[in-house]
Every structure is written in structure tokens, then in C-alpha cells.
Write a protein that binds this ligand. Structure first.
Ligand SMILES: NC(=O)c1ccc[n+]([C@@H]2O[C@H](COP(=O)([O-])OP(=O)(O)OC[C@H]3O[C@@H](n4cnc5c(N)ncnc54)[C@H](OP(=O)(O)O)[C@@H]3O)[C@@H](O)[C@H]2O)c1
Length: 264
């Protein structure tokens, strides 16, 4: 039996590296994507030695059109069984002060790359009637109504991009419901990776963080169960059902051509 093949973006650190390690352990061959070649090559060597995994290193900067195109081309050309769109960074800070290029990079890495690589991978998966896509969003996708001072970072573009991934993934999953391809959006809480170091956040002020291996364990288990929305630390599944019911309730009463009385 040939080994199944997975492509993981952001595999040089953190959650992506944990995905690569777990998938190698589970018998997948891998295409690992990030900017830091040395890290990816060390990972490939380690996983090859430990699990006989065939790991292909794909160095790409997903904030650039060329990087996105290179990864999308591989996703279209290879018989992927799993695609993990995980690469990302925070770019936290006041929106009035965000460097416009950082805002563009956030949109490219978290939105443009995910849409294009998913678009490239899906036709083959649907044709083969086999495949899964995991889009790593964040619990902050749900945080739009929380005010500054709630202990969360200022995150307008990052939070907005992660909210895009939530709706995008749910909607693609719904379109593919009749196929054998599963799509999941994973919303980790705060996770112990390089994510916070990269942004020079004061490590002493970061709340307790989940182990990235637990995020991966939750995500793969949720994928096997066919859960579209995976929140690794959430025990109260009913809370999720209430959230989705509330969204549907707003849509149900607002789907009318009549102007609401308070706007007349
Ligand atoms: N840590 C958390 O608390 C947390 C919580 C919720 C969601 N998340 C999400 O989880 C995902 C993984 O983050 P992490 O916590 O594992 O962070 P991390 O340890 O900093 O790893 C980020 C990964 O993304 C890659 N990456 C960043 N920018 C890239 C670019 N322009 N092109 C290609 N690869 C790029 C990095 O590789 P290179 O630097 O080598 O390119 C690295 O492999 C992100 O989408 C993040 O938003 C994290």
C-alpha cells in the first residue's frame, strides 16, 4: 500500500511541526512548507529516520504571490489525502499603527494562501473521493465583540482574517457535504509555540498555553468524526450549538426586504 500524502504549511515550528510529526507517526508521507529551509530539512531528516517518512521540503513565503502559486501548484499536482493550512503569524497591535505591509502580509498568509491552496487541492480530492482539509484559524475568530482591555491582544486584521477562515471553511464544507472530502476549521486557544516569541510579546504575561500536540490530536480526531468546527479546549459542546443556533436565529429574522423600524 502506498503511504498517504499530506501537505502541511508552517511546518518549521509550533502547531505545523506537531502536525508533521503526528502524521509521520501515523504513516503519512509529507510535503512540508515554510520559509526556513534549514528547519524543514532537519525535520525531514528526523522524520525520515524515525518513521521512514518520505518528506519533501518546499520553501515558500506565503505572503508573496510567487510563494502562494508554488504551493498551490504542488497541491494541484500531488495526490494529497490531507492539506493542513496552518502557516501564520499574529501582527498584533493597534490598527491605527499597523504597518500597511504587515496588514497585507496577514491577509496574504491567512486568507489568500488558504483560499488558493485549498482551491488547487480540492478538485483532485473530490475526483479521488478521498481527502481532508484542515484550516487553522483561532479562537480569536469569535472575539469580534470583545472590547479592548479584555486581556486579549489588539488584533483587528489577525482576528478578521481568522474569522474569514471560519466562515470560509464552514461554507466550503457545506458545499462538499455530499462528497467524501472533509473540511475542518480548527480554532485553538492559546498554544505554546513560537507564535508569541515571534512578536516579542512578554512571555511572563502570557496565560497558560496548550501543548501543540494536543491541538493536533483534537483536530485529527475531529476530522475523523466529521466535525467541521474543532475547538480543542472546548468541553461544553452545547455552547457551540447555542452559538450556531443564535447565528441561524438572527439570519431567520433578518432575511426580509423590510427596513427595521429603528432605521426608519
Ligand atoms: N500559538 C497560538 O497561541 C495560536 C492560537 C490560535 C491559532 N494559532 C494559529 O496557529 C497557526 C500556527 O501558529 P503557531 O502557533 O504554530 O506559530 P509558530 O510557532 O510561530 O509557527 C508559525 C509557522 O508559520 C510559518 N510561517 C509564518 N509566516 C509564513 C510565511 N510568510 N510563509 C510561509 N510560512 C510562514 C512559520 O515558518 P517560517 O517562519 O519558517 O516561514 C512557522 O512554521 C497560525 O495560523 C496561528 O495563527 C496559534
Amino acid at each position: 500500500m502506498p503511504r498517504p500524502l499530506a501537505l502541511v504549511t508552517g511546518a518549521s515550528a509550533g502547531i505545523g511541526q506537531s502536525f508533521a510529526e503526528r502524521l509521520a507517526h501515523d504513516g503519512f508521507n509529507l510535503i512540508v512548507v515554510a520559509r526556513r529551509r534549514a528547519r524543514l530539512e532537519a525535520l525531514a531528516k528526523r522524520l525520515g529516520a524515525a518513521h521512514k517518512t518520505d518528506v519533501s521540503v518546499l520553501v515558500a513565503d506565503l505572503s508573496t504571490a510567487a510563494g502562494i502559486a508554488a504551493v498551490a501548484a504542488r497541491a494541484a499536482a500531488e495526490p494529497l489525502e490531507l492539506l493542513v493550512n496552518n502557516a501564520g503569524f499574529g501582527g498584533y497591535g493597534p490598527f491605527l499603527e499597523i504597518d500597511p505591509q504587515t496588514a497585507e502580509d496577514l491577509i496574504a498568509v491567512h486568507i489568500r494562501a488558504v483560499v488558493q491552496v485549498t482551491r488547487a487541492a480540492l478538485p483532485g480530492m473530490v475526483k479521488r473521493a478521498n481527502g481532508g482539509i484542515v484550516n487553522v484559524s483561532s479562537l480569536l475568530a469569535l472575539s469580534g465583540s470583545m472590547l479592548p482591555g479584555s486581556g486579549m491582544p489588539l488584533r483587528a486584521v489577525y482576528g478578521g482574517a481568522k474569522a474569514f477562515l471560519l466562515a470560509f471553511s464552514q461554507l466550503v464544507a457545506a458545499e462538499l457535504a455530499e462528497t467524501k472530502v472533509r473540511v475542518q476549521v480548527c480554532l485553538p486557544g492559546i498554544v505554546k509555540t513560537e507564535f508569541h516569541d515571534v512578536q516579542w510579546l512578554d512571555a511572563t504575561r502570557i496565560p497558560p498555553r496548550m501543548n501543540p500536540d494536543d491541538v493536533v490530536r483534537a483536530s485529527l480526531k475531529a476530522l475523523a468524526k466529521g466535525e467541521v468546527l474543532c475547538i480543542p479546549p472546548l468541553s461544553d459542546v452545547a455552547a457551540l450549538q447555542r452559538l450556531e443556533e443564535a447565528q441561524r436565529a438572527v439570519l431567520a429574522v433578518a432575511r426580509t426586504p423590510d427596513l427595521a423600524a429603528r432605521y426608519r
